[in-house]
Ligand binder design. Structure first.
Ligand SMILES: Nc1ncnc2c1ncn2[C@@H]1O[C@H](COP(=O)(O)OP(=O)(O)OP(=O)(O)O)[C@@H](O)[C@H]1O
Ligand SMILES: [Mg+2]
Length: 345
């Protein structure tokens, strides 16, 4: 982060230049610094903005999928609340730090007891990022600490699964759930970054990034940067090469063949994907996502297909990731499309 502070002086508004000539990961370069720069989940962000203005922070838990802005939001909130006092007023512990019971007893307590000068009406903040990786014992040790020091110190937890946080901690906190980002939201951000970085891209290329990222902004930005530095142009072909996922256009053809009951062609296609080295999970998840987004499939067929794909996904996750399973899935999908009188056994 040393270069980021250099860059900040030269180019404000998130636009960091790399003084040493090496390229900073764009996810860090374009990490929002203010709450209003965070994309998506607008209602929750609005709530955080109100909290930042009032200064009356409850203990909070932010939960949601990876790469949608949880850590970023907590940092922005802490900056908005404490301003220059951030250094003194914030203790951040994430999964890479030791966070056993001893740390909760010593480090967190010592910080909570310490006297620091903060803007009036503000509290010290303890950020526990990736809190779902804390052991239940360590979480138990937090319970009373959270209460005893609550007049001076507030806790902000981020986690992927809120059910990994023990009930008593949940009941002491306001829980904010972040949803996956919408395609349009990710698209807007990608376009902004493309403009700032002079990335050459086609619209379908950006769509492909969104398809592969599935609402995960971090992944979308990372893949954008890899495609840009690897190929110099963001087209669907280049994106799928970088992400190493089965090409959805091929998978869409496969689904169309299943819909028409053309089992030979469909099997040949699945063979082709298999021989290209994709794993059964890669294939089945792409088939699922393609079917989900296929507007031309009638609703009834779509639901039946999704159910069948779901069963196959389950079997694969149980360990039977063979070509036979995928073939069987294709056969069942084709079978649904055939007139029932042909299927009397
Ligand atoms: N809502 C968002 N708006 C703008 N950028 C975002 C958003 N969410 C994620 N990003 C980008 O992705 C990067 C990672 O975000 P962040 O660290 O907040 O994810 P997270 O939700 O904490 O994920 P994890 O659960 O993996 O810790 C940020 O640096 C930023 O570039
Ligand atoms: Mg995080």
């Amino acid at each position: 982060m040393a270069s980021s502070s250099n860059g900040k002086a030269k180019a404000p508004d998130n636009k960091f230049s790399d003084a040493e000539g090496y390229e900073m990961p764009w996810v860090e370069k374009y990490r929002p610094r203010k709450l209003e720069d965070i994309v998506g989940n607008s209602e929750t962000i609005e709530r955080l903005k109100v909290i930042a203005e009032d200064g009356n922070v409850p203990h909070i838990i932010i939960s949601g999928m990876p790469g949608i802005g949880k850590t970023t939001s907590i940092h922005c909130l802490a900056h908005a609340l404490l301003g220059d006092a951030y250094r003194e007023g914030v203790l951040e512990l994430n999964a890479s730090d030791e966070r056993g019971i001893d740390v909760v007893r010593n480090k967190i307590k010592t910080f909570a007891q310490r006297k620091v000068t903060l803007p009036p009406g503000r509290h010290k903040i303890i950020i526990l990022d990736e809190a779902d990786s804390m052991t239940a014992g360590a979480q138990q040790a937090l319970r009373r600490t959270m209460e005893i020091y609550s007049n001076t110190t507030r806790f902000a937890l981020a986690c992927n699964m809120s059910n990994k946080i023990i009930e008593p901690i949940q009941s002491r906190c306001a829980i904010l759930r972040y949803a996956k980002l919408r395609d349009a939201e990710v698209m807007k951000r990608l376009k902004e970054i493309c403009e700032m970085e002079n990335v050459k891209s086609s619209d379908q290329g950006l769509q492909a990034l969104i398809f592969t990222a599935e609402g995960d902004m971090r992944q979308a930005i990372n893949n954008l940067q890899s495609t840009h530095s690897g190929f110099g142009f963001v087209s669907p072909e280049n994106v799928y090469k970088i992400c190493d996922q089965p090409h959805p256009v091929k998978v869409r053809q496969l689904v169309r063949e299943c819909q028409k009951g053309e089992i030979d062609q469909a099997l040949a296609r699945i063979n082709e994907l298999w021989e290209a080295g994709y794993s059964a999970v890669d294939i089945v998840t792409t088939v699922f996502r393609v079917v989900k987004g296929m507007e031309e499939l009638p609703e009834y067929t779509k639901l039946e297909f999704i159910r069948e794909i779901g069963w196959t996904h389950m079997r694969i996750l149980e360990g039977v990731g063979t070509l036979i399973q995928l073939g069987a899935m294709i056969a069942r999908l084709c079978r649904m499309s055939l007139p029932p009188h042909l299927l009397k056994l």
